[in-house]
Design a protein. Structure first.
Length: 415
């Protein structure tokens, strides 16, 4: 009798236990079912992008000369910039990404119109950002539409860019330090190099591919090696600015311009480094650059200062966290970089894709993606340009949109 009673108790426990287990797994499944399908999400965002950019283009296309939309002014108008602004290439690049997705002639025409407005950038020698301006516009025109004119512009622009190369130091100088350069002149820098400059190397690698002139390749590779050596701390976080002595080639100072403080981690700077070294490895296949990209990725992905939704504050060490602005642009750059890097590190592929996916899903939510007809036509809200200038602080920015669309296209190709 006692044995039968024990069996009965065990049966009851098992019965209720099994029901509870089924309930838990059913709940988990229901939760997973609420997650938007990847392709549906991507399609939703690109359809939304067409509507937003239709509005934006209609508002600005009659400007002569044709200017590029960068963000929003303090008066809630579209901030328009000329061809020589460092952000001028991002909007044309976003138009190319929309065309790549939908293959509609209308968007190809839009992309060509805004890209060709940047032809004069190829003559610029007083800015290191020629890479941003031309690779995002003409670079995409060539890779997406096989626009043959773009090859010539890219080579001429790269030729202008390497005039800023300082062979004794082995770097491409970022900002000029001549008088009357505003806050840059006040810093008393000699040969400043910023981490952002890693993003301009892609233009040189393309010029090498088009011409087989090794000068472009060597300058890009030398700059990356010098940046790897001097810009990073032991934990693989990055300084923003490294200032070199032009006579001795030694480091004078390691500082910040857009971050919170010299030793802090400016969020977009960490993303620039990750993206730049990933690109450099893709072009050189030099494992030293792959190792650097992986270590920067580890620093970002394992950083407890980044919120749970993975959209960082404008600086990881900003003093008033959590009451500090987020930077959607830094998150979008990180997602795009990881979705390239993952193909070179199979042992970490899943973790990098998962991290990038979480960023993209969050950016595609109402927290960060604008409502249709709002945001002056821009896609993402909540980015920070340079918080110290009191402009573009918690605002939409064209480069946030650009890297967001780029990352979505890369995500689409990931199984």
């Amino acid at each position: 009798m006692k044995h039968k009673f024990t069996l009965l108790v065990l049966f009851i426990i098992c019965l209720f236990g099994c029901k509870e287990y089924k309930k838990e797994t059913s709940t988990l499944k229901d939760t997973e079912d609420t997650i938007e399908n990847k392709n549906e999400l991507i399609n939703r965002v690109f359809l939304f992008s067409e509507k937003q950019y239709d509005q934006l283009i209609n508002n600005i296309s009659n400007n002569k000369p044709l200017l590029q939309p960068r963000g929003i002014t303090e008066n809630d108008n579209v901030r328009l910039v000329p061809y020589y602004d460092w952000t001028s290439g991002f909007f044309p690049g976003s138009l190319w990404y929309i065309y790549k997705y939908n293959q509609k002639d209308k968007w190809k025409a839009n992309a060509i119109k805004f890209t060709y407005a940047l032809d004069s950038v190829k003559y610029i020698t007083n800015s290191h950002d020629v890479g941003f301006m031309l690779d995002c516009s003409y670079g995409n025109a060539y890779s997406i539409a096989n626009d043959t004119l773009s090859k010539r512009v890219i080579v001429e622009g790269a030729t202008s860019l390497i005039t800023r190369y300082r062979p004794k130091i082995g770097v491409i100088q970022s900002w000029d330090t001549i008088p009357n350069m505003g806050w840059i002149s006040e810093k008393s820098w000699n040969t400043p190099v910023i981490i952002d400059n890693m993003m301009n190397l892609e233009l040189l690698f393309k010029a090498f591919q088009f011409t087989n002139d090794s000068t472009f390749y060597k300058i890009a590779s030398n700059h990356a090696k010098k940046t790897l050596k001097n810009h990073f701390r032991e934990d693989y976080s990055s300084f923003h600015v490294v200032d070199y002595d032009s006579k001795t080639s030694k480091v004078r100072n390691r500082q910040t311009a857009q971050g919170y403080s010299d030793p802090s981690s400016w969020a977009r700077g960490q993303s620039w480094g990750l993206y730049g070294f990933t690109q450099t490895f893709a072009n050189t296949k030099d494992s030293v650059f792959l190792d650097q990209a992986k270590n920067i990725a580890h620093y970002i992905m394992g950083n407890k200062k980044i919120p749970k939704d993975l959209i960082p504050y404008w600086d990881y060490d900003a003093p008033n966290i959590p009451n500090e602005p987020r930077d959607a642009s830094a998150a979008a750059i990180t997602a795009s970089a990881l979705l390239t890097l993952q193909q070179y590190v199979p042992e970490e592929q899943k973790a990098m894709i998962t991290y990038a996916e979480k960023i993209l899903r969050r950016l595609s939510s109402t927290n960060y993606l604008a409502d249709i007809g709002s945001n002056q036509g821009f896609l993402l809200k909540h980015s920070v340009g340079n918080i110290h200038t009191d402009e573009e602080n918690d605002e939409p920015l064209n480069y946030a949109d650009y890297y967001y669309l780029e990352a979505l296209l890369k995500w689409q190709e990931v199984d």
